[in-house]
Design a binder for this molecule. Structure first.
Ligand code: UDP
Length: 268
């Protein structure tokens, strides 16, 4: 899909930003949609992905990963550069919608029935700590299962099936997957057909944030597009090379969006 052309996904407009098709939604739209899905569990389960510049770079290098994103039920723009790209191409993305904002906002919604949540991922013991914090903060949310798979688990079919079994036995409404990208997206794409729940959200470090195992950047950094700097300083060995690469790619990705928008306008 070209930047500037529009695809409708359900009730939403899907546009291309940094080479990734994303839905034009506000945080409140996304919360409302996810909440509705949590109330109507189904198999295959729906899933939400949260692309940012890292994901855009990954997709540029591995176009075969695109279907992980295009088949998602909701694709939210989890990064200020996506908002900048939408301004540059005048596509009207209203705001950044981070997975780490979507989930607490979903938990905070008033509800008649308990929201049952399964936490998949993070280091051993972290999801249990996250569960305690969640229970203390959101009385209507119950963590009904946690699991921290070992490194390399995704290549073991028996382990994958056992994880699917745990999730289904928990009868959860919401599955939060914190395995890092693109592992979490690949995993849910492969297993959604077997999972019964309302919605799965690929959420990166959100379980770590709930557990206070890692700290999120201050709000002013989240809003100004400098959250990456905070993260890079807290995990320099892992993240500085990644962000340096992203920074090299970003101008080309923005230019490609702008160019594609120009050509779609001139062909109208
Ligand atoms: N993680 C995991 N299993 C893995 C790889 C990663 O549980 O095989 C967890 C890790 O402990 C952390 C999260 O996935 O909680 C990665 O979050 P982050 O936002 O740093 O992901 P990335 O930026 O690498 O996509």
């Amino acid at each position: 899909m070209k930047a500037g052309s529009v695809l409708w996904s359900g009730f939403m407009k899907r546009i291309q930003l940094l080479g990734v098709d994303v839905d034009i939604v506000t945080l409140s739209d996304a919360v409302e949609r996810a909440d509705e899905w949590c109330r109507t569990p189904q198999r295959p389960c729906r899933y939400v992905v949260t692309p940012n510049v890292d994901h855009a770079v990954l997709l540029r290098e591995n176009p075969e990963l695109k279907s992980l994103y295009t088949t998602a039920n909701l694709v939210i723009a989890d990064g200020m550069p996506m908002v900048w790209a939408s301004r540059l191409t005048r596509q009207g993305l209203p705001e950044r919608v981070a997975g780490s904002d979507l989930i607490p906002a979903l938990f905070a919604r008033p509800r008649e029935h308990e929201l049952r949540v399964f936490l998949l991922g993070a280091a051993p013991g972290v999801a249990e700590r996250a569960a305690s914090k969640i229970h203390a903060t959101y009385p209507n949310v119950r963590v009904v299962g946690t699991y921290a798979p070992e490194l390399g688990f995704e290549h073991q079919e028996a382990e994958n099936q056992s994880i699917v079994g745990r999730i289904n036995e928990s009868i959860c409404h919401l599955l939060i997957i914190g395995l890092g990208a693109p592992k979490q997206e690949k995993w849910v794409y492969r297993h959604a057909a077997q999972i019964e729940c309302g919605v799965a959200i690929c959420a990166g470090a959100t379980i770590d944030f709930f557990a206070e195992h890692r700290r999120r950047a201050p709000v002013w950094m989240q809003r100004t597009g400098t959250e990456w700097l905070y993260r890079a300083l807290s995990e320099p060995r892992r993240l500085v090379p990644r962000y340096a690469k992203d920074a090299c790619y970003l101008p080309a990705l923005l230019y490609a969006d702008w160019k594609s928008k120009q050509s779609s306008q001139s062909s109208v």
